[in-house]
Design a protein around this ligand. Structure first.
Ligand SMILES: C[S@@+](CC[C@H](N)C(=O)[O-])C[C@H]1O[C@@H](n2cnc3c(N)ncnc32)[C@H](O)[C@@H]1O
Length: 256
């Protein structure tokens, strides 16, 4: 089964190919899974129904942003601290990562974070149209072997789901240190007329935008001298029907 078998096929639940558990958790972090996680965890409605993500935060937020595969949660916690008026949903099936995020939520007293500790594709399927302002997919597993490419998070099914849940003018933020996955993402997303790649010059994708924070995988990549690429895609307003001009030559541009 491939990523294309995701939420667009309600009869086939998406299969998660990553790890769900790592090393044994320290006692304090383990305890957060039973004390804090139940208060922050998102439980999906029955299959085929949607839920309003704004309702998770009461009246306290004006927008809801999503991070897919937050890893140890540094970026998500930093964004939540920087934007107390935004509600954040973090998706991460890796329990050690969830525990790490919970520790930061507790330490920084973040009131605007909710957690879906499972496959983000399941959450996307349960979100209403135009309900999310920004989605981060940062250093997502690159699955470099050709036969595993269809396990990548970015693919035909998820790009449709992402376009559906993003608000008009919303943003999809992607980063990777694997150039081949960067090209793949450009090809897949510029083929979706709902998305417009925001880059105007090479510096726009070669440097981390000032309003993103460093992630653990990014720090590792930079330490070993691997260049990272940062792509921002704007969700075109639904009334616009013009073809995405970046669809022509989008990945040629990044080769330059
Ligand atoms: C390479 S790690 C990067 C973590 C973090 N974003 C960073 O940059 O440090 C990719 C993460 O995505 C998570 N992941 C993979 N597929 C996912 C999915 N379908 N839904 C949610 N998270 C996913 C993995 O569990 C893993 O923690």
């Amino acid at each position: 089964m491939s990523a294309a078998d995701g939420p667009s096929r309600p009869d086939v639940p998406p299969r998660f190919h990553g790890r769900r558990r790592g090393r044994r958790l320290r006692a304090g972090r383990g305890a957060l899974l039973t004390t804090l996680l139940p208060r922050l965890r998102i439980v999906l409605p029955p299959e085929g129904s949607t839920f309003d993500p704004h309702a998770l935060f009461g009246d306290t937020v004006g927008d809801v942003w999503l991070e897919v595969g937050f890893g140890a949660g540094e970026h998500l916690a930093a964004q939540a601290a920087a934007h107390p008026d935004v509600g954040f949903i973090g998706c991460e099936p890796y329990v050690n990562g969830v525990a790490s995020l919970l520790a930061q939520v507790k330490e920084r007293e973040l009131a605007n974070v909710r957690v879906f500790d499972d496959d983000a594709r399941r959450l996307l399927a349960a979100l209403p149209d135009a309900s999310i302002g920004r989605v981060f997919v940062l250093f997502s597993d690159p699955w470099p072997k050709k036969r595993h490419n269809d396990r990548r998070f970015i693919g035909p099914a998820t790009r449709t789901a992402l376009a559906r849940v993003l608000n008009d003018g919303g943003e999809l933020c992607f980063a990777s240190d694997q150039m081949e996955y960067v090209r793949w993402t450009l090809e897949h997303l510029t083929a979706e007329p709902s998305f417009a790649w925001s880059a105007r010059e090479a510096a726009d994708w070669r440097h981390r935008p000032a309003d993103w924070f460093e992630t653990r995988y990014e720090a590792k990549a930079l330490t070993r001298g691997a260049p990272c690429s940062y792509l921002r895609f704007r969700r075109r307003p639904r009334r616009e029907t013009a073809k995405n001009p970046c669809a022509i030559g989008g990945s040629d541009y990044i080769r330059g």
